[in-house]
Design a protein around this ligand. Sequence first.
Ligand code: ZN
Length: 172
Amino acid sequence: MTIRPILTVPNPILKQVSKPVDAVTDETRKLMDDMLETMYAAPGIGLAAIQIGVPLNVIVMDLARDGEPPQVKYFVNPEILEEADDVMPYDEGCLSVPDVFETIERPERVKLTYLDYNGERVTEVCEGLYATCIQHEMDHLKGIVFIDYLSRLKRERAVKKVAKAEKMKAVG
Ligand code: ZN
């Protein structure tokens, strides 16, 4: 497994729309292994392939809290079939927008279908943090980052903050 660099805003690649995966192969699994390693190293709870520059509909996630056993989930070609009318606010962050947290409202429950690590079809209802996280990651597949939901002023401030931190990292 390889840790890959995570792209940050305003990198235009993050705006790309990702493509469906034809079939879950060893190559797809290698990508998912690298993504998981990269996500753990960050550390984060979810990662979409485009965040490491691969425009494919692939997501990895682990919502386990500190001290809990891993709850690794892999999603290939995820699709939302139904969503609840009720929304849940959550203080979201993103590995592509480091150190920025903003409250975003999303449907609190979604019915989801996807292919897993072995290419098996899974259909399930996600709630709470799981629902929030999968919707956040699926936005990445459409080229949407959570700060796109903020006012222009807040979004520009977030991008500036990230760009400045990246520059400092490059210097230091
Ligand atoms: Zn994100």
